[in-house]
Structures are given as C-alpha cells and as structure tokens.
Design a binder for this molecule. Sequence first.
Ligand code: HEC
Ligand code: HEC
Length: 242
Amino acid sequence: MLQTPLVSWPPRRSRELVTVRSRVAAGLVRSAAVVMAVVMAPVLAAGAADPAVVAKSGSGEIVACASCHGAQGEGMASFPRLAGLNAEYLRRQMATIADGTRKNAVMEPIVIALGEKGMREMADYYASLPPPKGTDEVPGAESPGATLALRGDWDRNIPACVSCHGPGGVGVGDSFPALAGQLPNYIVSQLKAWKDGTRKNDPLELMRHLSAKLSEAEMRDVASWFAGQRSMRAPPARESSP
Ligand code: HEC
Ligand code: HEC
C-alpha cells in the first residue's frame, strides 16, 4: 500500500520500531480513506444477502464461508479464524486477494463475487463475532516459539512478534492483526507465502523481511505459541460475567 519505505529496515531499537508501527498505521489510515472515497458498485444486492446468511448458506456462486472458516468463524485446519479480527483488516485482506497482491485461488472467486460492498459487510460481520478462546496446549515460556514471539532474536535482526502484534498477539488497530487463537497451520502458511512471494500485501514488506529469516521449525514453534494465546476479547476461562 505504501509506495516508498519511510524508514530503514530492520528497525534496530524499540523506539525505531514504534516509529515504524505508527507510520504504517498512519499510511494505512490514509489509503483506507482513499478507497472509501471511491464509489463502489453494490454487489451483495440491497436486502438480498444478509451477511449472516451468506456466512452460513452462501449466496448464488458464493460458497458458504462457514464451510471453510467454521460455523462461528473460528477457523479450522488451514482455514483462518476470522471471528473477532479487526473489520478493516479483514476487508483489506479480501481487497488484496481480489487485486492479486495476495494470491489465493480458493478465495479469489469468492471475493470477486462479493464485490466491495459485500467484502465490507462480511468483514463487519466476522469482526463482530466473539473470538475463539485458543487451544489449551500453550507451549511453555521457555519454548523456542515463546522466545521468538516475546523477545525476538536481535542477533538476526528479528524483532519480537508482540512488538507489532500486541501483547500475547491480541492485535493492534487495523494494521497489525491478532495472532492469538489463530490456527497454527494458517500462521505457518502465511509466513511461507511471504517467504515465497505469493503474499505481497504487507506494508513496508515488514512480514516478508521477517519471514525470510525464519526456518520452518521456527515458524511452527511460534505459530503454536500464538495459537495457544487467548484473544483479548475472549472471556477468561474462570471469570464469568455477573
Ligand atoms: C473453500 C474454502 C473457503 C471458503 C468457502 C471461504 N474461504 Fe475465506 N479463506 C480460505 C482460505 C484457504 C484462506 C487463506 C488464504 C491464504 O492462504 O492466503 C482464506 C482467507 C480468508 C480471509 C483472510 C483472513 C486473514 O486473516 O487474512 C478472509 C477475510 C476470508 N477468507 C473471508 C471469507 C468470507 C467472507 C467467505 C464467505 C463469503 C469465505 N472466506 C469463504 C478458504 C475459504
Ligand atoms: C515490524 C512489525 C511486525 C513484526 C515484528 C511482526 N509482524 Fe506479523 N504482521 C505485521 C503486519 C503489518 C501485518 C499485516 C500485513 C498485511 O496487511 O497484509 C502482519 C501480519 C502477520 C500475519 C498474517 C495474519 C493474518 O491474519 O493474515 C502473520 C501470521 C504474522 N504477521 C506473523 C508474525 C510472526 C510470527 C511474527 C514474529 C516472528 C511477526 N508477525 C512479527 C507486522 C509485523
């Protein structure tokens, strides 16, 4: 989305990282405004397709989202969790699948059939669903995945994942998606997609540079650590609301 790098990569100090973060956020806010200014053709025809119905049953050539993303958008196998992710992030991902900067043969015909309006409605719908609670098997604090997620590896210029993705991977705004409770196979598939160049939609190529440095074993370790984290909006196990 941003055409010229605003800062050098990799950021060497955490202050520089904060600058990267805020500039990415500012850039994306600007580009989102441009996109919204464009008049979009309604594709989910007015009144014809309720997002909840499309999600469960599909509409015309659009296959039910639930058949891959789970009944509540919780994800399954390599199909990502969508429930409770940021709406603008989800919308942008579908838009970049439509324009080919993120290549995915399965999602591409679906997002094209949805159109701009449908993508926005589906994004709002999934963002409003409660996020899944994450798996119960959380790798320990000293596992290699936890180390990479929480501390990174500065000798190799790998920043801690949580420095961008928020504490425990809860996500930050519409630029840095939640990784907590995300499907581990999906996290690995995206890291590989950046490494292979089939996903090119990340601002400043932040994720491409990072993924290129990770081994497959590291990808798996860090993915299972995040999969075990609870999402911020998920209720903690033992505290039920009054
Ligand atoms: C046949 C299976 C299938 C169906 C049906 C499907 N998806 Fe997907 N979806 C996928 C796959 C696979 C990916 C991961 C793409 C990749 O690896 O880049 C994905 C990714 C996504 C993403 C990106 C998530 C992220 O975190 O970046 C969004 C948003 C999404 N799908 C929305 C939808 C919506 C909305 C529907 C229904 C209108 C839908 N999908 C139907 C398989 C499916
Ligand atoms: C310098 C900031 C930064 C750091 C550090 C970082 N990420 Fe990211 N990450 C991003 C941004 C920005 C995106 C969104 C890319 C986009 O808009 O498509 C992202 C997206 C992702 C996604 C895609 C999620 C989805 O739902 O599609 C995964 C998986 C991911 N990062 C994993 C990691 C892991 C694992 C680490 C640590 C090894 C990490 N990231 C460290 C900035 C960062």
